[in-house]
Write a protein that binds this ligand. Structure first.
Ligand SMILES: Nc1ncnc2c1ncn2[C@@H]1O[C@H](COP(=O)(O)OP(=O)(O)OP(=O)(O)O)[C@@H](O)[C@H]1O
Length: 614
C-alpha cells in the first residue's frame, strides 16, 4: 500500500469543496471563540465571588459578580449552541457536496474501471471514506481551531494570574503531546485496516445479495458466510486495535493531568500560607489549568482522528485520480443537426485494445452503415462485436482510426450528444427497482404515460405489462424477478424506443430465449428498424432475415473465413450480403455472396466489388 497522503495534499485536494462554507465556518469559529471567552470570564467572576463575597461573608459583594456570571453564562451557552450548530451544518454540507462530486466522477468512468472494482468497496468509499475526509477537513479544522484558541486563552489567563505557577504546570504539557504522538502510528495502521475491512464486508454482502441465485443453486451459502466471517474478523481486529488505543489514551492523559493539578495545589497551599495568593485566586488558577486540559486532550484526540481520516482520504484520492477513458469535447461544441431517418455510422480503420489487455480486440476494422440501414453483426465469441457497440457509445476511444456519425468523428461531438443519438439494448437487460413505467422511462424521465405506453406497444411489451398485478405501476425487483428473460428484453427495447434515437444498437437481444419468446422480441424490431439505423449484434442466424446486410466479424483469418463460408450456407440466409468485417484481409474466391434485398446504396463502396469481384 502506498504511503497515506500528507495533510497538505489532503487539504489542497479537498479545500475547494469547503469554499462555499467559509463564511459559515468563520462565524461558527467566532461563536466558539466567544463561548471560550465567556468561560474564561465566568471563572474570573467565580474568583471575585470567592474573595470578595465568600471570604468576606458579604452578600452585597455577591450581587454584581453573581449577576454578571449569570449573564456571561447565558451568552456563552448561546454562542456555544450557535457555533456548534453552524460548524455541524457547514461540515455536513461539505460532506454532501464531496459525496456528490465523487459519485459524479465515478459515474463518468469507463465500464472497464468497474470491471476491475468491487461494487461493495466502492460503496464503502462513497460512504465511510467520504465521512472520514469530512472529519479531517471540515469538523477537524473547526475543532482544532477552537481547541488551540481555548488552550491559548486559558493558558494566558493562568499566566496572568500567576505566571510562575503557570509555567510550573506548563512544564508537564509536552507529556500530553508525547502521549498523543506515541499513539498516532498505531492508530494509522489500525484505521487503514479498519477501512479496508469495511470495504471488504460491503463487497461480500453486496456480491452475496446480487448473486443470490448463483449462491443458492451452487450451495455456496457456507462459503459466503465464511467470506463474511473472514472480512468481519479482519475488520473486528482492526476495530479492537483502534478501541484499545482510544480507550487507553484518556486514562493516560488523566494521569498526567492529576500529577499537574496535585503539583499546583501543593505549591498553592504553600503560597497561601505565605499570603502570596488568595484562596479565590488559587481556585480560579486551578480552574484555568483544569479547563486547559480538555482542549489539550481534544488536540491529542484530533491528532488521532486526523491520522484515521488520512486512511480514508487515501482511498478517496485514489478513486478521484482514476481518469475516464474518454475526454469530452470542449463545452459549447455543437452536436449534430436533427435526423428523421437514422444516421450513417462508420468505423474507419479502427484498432482498439482494452486497457491492460495484451491482445487488441479490433484491428483495422472498417464498416460503413448507411442511414436507415439494418445491419446484423455476427461472428465468433470474442470477435469484438460488443466492443463495436462500446466504441459507438464512446465508452472508449479507438487506439487508431475513427468512429463517425454522419461523417463526424465522435471525438468532435459532445459526449452527451453522441449518446443522445444511440439507443442501446445491452446483453444483460437491466431492470431497476422501480415501477414498469419508471423502468421504461429511465432514460427519459419526463416522458408522459402515453409515450411510455406507446413505446411499450412498439416493443410488444404492452400486453404482458397490462397483465401484471398493477399494470404499468407494478414494482419490479432490482433484477426483474417478476419478469421472464424475454419480457425483460422487451422492457429494455421499450426503454430504447422511448428515446427515439436515430441509431439503435441491440446486443444479443434473443440470447437464451426459446422460440416463442424470441419471436416476441424479434417482431417489434422489424417495425423499429424502418425509421432508424439499426445495428443488431447476434449469434442467432435466424435474425439474418431481418437485416439488409450481414457482417461477419472474424477473429483469426481462418476462423473468419470459416465463418464467412459456413454461416450463410448452413443457416440458409434468405437475403443480405455476407462480407467480412475485416475488409483489409483478402476476400476468398469461394466466399458466398447472396442477393441483396435492397440495391447496394449509392455513394458507398461495395467492398467485394471494389476488390474486382462480380
Ligand atoms: N473490459 C475488458 N478488458 C479486457 N479485455 C476485454 C474486455 N472486454 C472484452 N475484452 C476482450 O475483447 C475481446 C472482444 O470482446 P467482445 O465482448 O467485443 O466480444 P464479442 O464478439 O461481443 O463476444 P460475445 O459474442 O461472446 O459477446 C475479447 O477477447 C474479450 O476477451
Amino acid at each position: 500500500m502506498t504511503a497515506a497522503p500528507g495533510l497538505r495534499e489532503v487539504f489542497a485536494r479537498f479545500r475547494p469543496f469547503l469554499r462555499a462554507e467559509r463564511g459559515g465556518l468563520l462565524v461558527a469559529a467566532a461563536l466558539l471563540v466567544l463561548a471560550a471567552l465567556a468561560d474564561t470570564a465566568a471563572i474570573w467572576m467565580f474568583m471575585l465571588i470567592t474573595d470578595e463575597a465568600l471570604a468576606a461573608g458579604s452578600l452585597d459583594a455577591f450581587w454584581t459578580p453573581g449577576l454578571s456570571w449569570l449573564g456571561i453564562a447565558a451568552f456563552g451557552a448561546a454562542s456555544s449552541f450557535g457555533g456548534t450548530y453552524l460548524a455541524t451544518r457547514a461540515a455536513e454540507r461539505f460532506l454532501v457536496r464531496l459525496r456528490a462530486h465523487v459519485f459524479a466522477h465515478v459515474q463518468r468512468l469507463s465500464p472497464d474501471f468497474f470491471a476491475r472494482r468491487r461494487t461493495g468497496d466502492l460503496v464503502a468509499r462513497l460512504s465511510g471514506d467520504v465521512e472520514a475526509v469530512e472529519r479531517l477537513v471540515a469538523s477537524g479544522m473547526v475543532e482544532t481551531g477552537t481547541a488551540l484558541f481555548s488552550v491559548v486563552l486559558y493558558a494566558g489567563a493562568a499566566l496572568y494570574l500567576r505566571w510562575d505557577l503557570a509555567l510550573l504546570s506548563f512544564a508537564l504539557a509536552p507529556a500530553f503531546w508525547l502521549v498523543a504522538r506515541s499513539f498516532s502510528a498505531g492508530m494509522r495502521t489500525a484505521s487503514r485496516e479498519e477501512r479496508a475491512g469495511n470495504g471488504e464486508i460491503a463487497t461480500v454482502v453486496a456480491e452475496g445479495l446480487s448473486h443470490v441465485e448463483l449462491v443458492q443453486a451452487g450451495n455456496q451459502q457456507h462459503n459466503q458466510d465464511a467470506k463474511l466471517r473472514a472480512a468481519s474478523t479482519r475488520w473486528f481486529r482492526a476495530k479492537l486495535a483502534e478501541a484499545r488505543l482510544s480507550a487507553l489514551y484518556p486514562p493516560l492523559v488523566t494521569m498526567v493531568e492529576t500529577v499537574c493539578i496535585l503539583l499546583v495545589i501543593g505549591v498553592g497551599v504553600w503560597e497561601i500560607s505565605a499570603e502570596r495568593i488568595t484562596l479565590g485566586g488559587l481556585m480560579a488558577f486551578a480552574a484555568y489549568i483544569g479547563y486547559l486540559y480538555p482542549p489539550l486532550q481534544d488536540l491529542g484526540r484530533i491528532t488521532m482522528a486526523v491520522t484515521a481520516a488520512r486512511a480514508g482520504s487515501e482511498r478517496l484520492i485514489e478513486l478521484l485520480d482514476a481518469r475516464p477513458a474518454v475526454a469530452d469535447a470542449p463545452i459549447g461544441t455543437a452536436g449534430l443537426p436533427p435526423s428523421r431517418s437514422g444516421r450513417a455510422v462508420e468505423f474507419d480503420r479502427v484498432a482498439f485494445r482494452y486497457p491492460q489487455a495484451t491482445e487488441p480486440a479490433l484491428r483495422d476494422f472498417r464498416l460503413q452503415v448507411r442511414p436507415g440501414e439494418f445491419v446484423l453483426i455476427t461472428g465468433p465469441s470474442g470477435a469484438g462485436k460488443s466492443t463495436l457497440a462500446r466504441l459507438l457509445l464512446r465508452f472508449y476511444d479507438p487506439e487508431a482510426g475513427r468512429v463517425l456519425l454522419d461523417g463526424v468523428d465522435l471525438t468532435r461531438l459532445p459526449l452527451h450528444a453522441v449518446r443522445d443519438q444511440i439507443g442501446l439494448v445491452p446483453q444483460e437487460a437491466d431492470v431497476l427497482h422501480a415501477t414498469v413505467a419508471d423502468n421504461i422511462a429511465f432514460a427519459r424521465p419526463e416522458a408522459t404515460r402515453a409515450e411510455v405506453v406507446a413505446a411499450a406497444r412498439e416493443a410488444d411489451a404492452d400486453e404482458f405489462v397490462r397483465a401484471l398485478p398493477e399494470g404499468y405501476d407494478t414494482m419490479l425487483g432490482e433484477r426483474g424477478a417478476l419478469l421472464s428473460g424475454g419480457q425483460r428484453r422487451r422492457i429494455a427495447i421499450a426503454r430504447a424506443v422511448l428515446r427515439r434515437t436515430p441509431v439503435l444498437v441491440l446486443d444479443e437481444p434473443t440470447n437464451g430465449l426459446d422460440a416463442a419468446s424470441k419471436s416476441k422480441v424479434v417482431a417489434p424490431l422489424r417495425a423499429l428498424a424502418r425509421t432508424r439505423t439499426t445495428i443488431l449484434i447476434s449469434h442467432d442466424p435466424e435474425l439474418a432475415e431481418l437485416a439488409d446486410r450481414v457482417v461477419v466479424l472474424g477473429g483469426e483469418p481462418t476462423s473468419r473465413l470459416d465463418a464467412v463460408a459456413a454461416w450463410p450456407v448452413r443457416h440458409d440466409v434468405p437475403a443480405g450480403r455476407v462480407l467480412s468485417g475485416d475488409l483489409s484481409a483478402p476476400v476468398p474466391d469461394d466466399a458466398p455472396t447472396v442477393r441483396l434485398r435492397r440495391p447496394w446504396p449509392a455513394g458507398l463502396t461495395d467492398p467485394l466489388h471494389a476488390r474486382g469481384r462480380p
